[in-house]
Design a protein around this ligand. Structure first.
Ligand SMILES: Cc1cc2nc3c(=O)[nH]c(=O)nc-3n(C[C@H](O)[C@H](O)[C@H](O)COP(=O)(O)OP(=O)(O)OC[C@H]3O[C@@H](n4cnc5c(N)ncnc54)[C@H](O)[C@@H]3O)c2cc1C
Ligand code: FES
Length: 257
């Protein structure tokens, strides 16, 4: 993990409250695994805690990386006011990231995402495709107007969409999409989204040996020192794990969601 003041190359709004930000710096050379995140200092003196945001795309050839974030509160709101040429103080890359080592060319993976859990799955899908792994995406959004990046995912593999209100794709959540796939046997399953969605994925693939879930939790230090981000182990509830450095990716069944 390193720290750098990175330069903003561009910022675009993708949907209401959803922004895409490209950052440039040497730190990109450290970024390897999909599912890792960066811890960003808010450019506002009264907000002391950094904000964790996942890597959406890593491009070492241009020293750039991209994040996609949704404006939730003051921290992300202040990110959204930045423009090309501004800078952000970034720590990272942090966390363990998705483990792709067990997969080989010709394998088949399911990639499942909901809402603002979708961004890290794009770099994941890229790296799987580069390995020759065939991917199928299942993406859930609240409605068509908050959908983003659907086309980018389609370019990497088959992509199924669900929306809560039925305004695009299948009406319902990604669970409804998975029901139609019951007889398919992916070699690995990767998911990122709200806890309810992760629980549904865990339940759906409960006998599968390679299901990796990306968890969210409120964070403070981001480097394993403060215990702000703990969750409990499934095998023994008295034991805890830190989402920031032992996660954010865990195997299904490893922690209590
Ligand atoms: C490992 C990790 C990766 C993440 N990746 C992304 C990403 O790629 N894109 C993205 O938009 N967001 C991501 N998040 C969530 C993001 O960190 C929070 O939305 C952000 O910190 C909110 O900061 P804020 O100052 O805008 O809002 P705050 O004022 O801090 O909070 C506003 C609202 O957001 C909720 N919130 C704040 N932090 C979190 C959190 N960590 N998890 C869930 N809810 C939270 C609060 O409960 C509150 O309701 C990630 C979180 C983690 C832990
Ligand atoms: S945020 Fe401090 S230990 Fe995880």
């Amino acid at each position: 993990m390193k720290q750098e003041v990175m330069e903003i190359i561009q910022q675009n709004q993708l949907a209401p409250r959803i922004f895409e930000l490209t950052l440039k710096g040497e730190l990109v050379q450290e970024m390897k695994r999909p599912g890792q995140f960066i811890h960003i200092r808010v450019p506002k003196a009264d907000l002391l805690l950094r904000r964790p945001i996942s890597l959406n795309k890593i491009d070492p050839s241009t020293n750039t990386c991209r994040i996609i974030y949704r404006v939730e509160g003051d921290g992300t709101k202040s990110f959204s006011t930045l423009t090309a040429g501004d800078t952000l103080d970034v720590m990272g890359p942090l966390g363990n990231g998705f483990d792709l080592t067990g997969l080989k060319a010709g394998d088949f993976a399911f990639i499942i995402g909901g809402g603002i859990g979708i961004p890290p799955l794009y770099e994941l899908s890229h790296q799987l495709k580069a390995k020759g792994v065939k991917v199928k995406h299942f993406l859930g959004f609240a409605s068509a107007d908050v959908m983003y990046d659907e086309e980018k995912f389609r370019q990497l593999g088959e992509t199924k969409i669900a929306t809560d209100d039925g305004s695009a794709g299948v009406k319902g959540n990604v669970g409804n999409l998975l029901l139609a796939e019951e007889n398919k046997k992916p070699d690995a399953v990767f998911a990122c989204g709200a806890n309810g969605m992760l629980k549904a994925v865990e339940h759906f693939f409960h006998t599968h040996p390679n299901v990796q879930l990306s968890l969210e939790s409120r964070m403070a230090c981001g480097i394993g020192a403060c215990y702000a981000c703990v969750c409990h182990k499934a095998e023994d509830e008295t034991k805890s794990v830190k989402v920031c450095d032992e996660g954010p990716i865990f195997k299904a069944g490893e922690v209590i969601l």
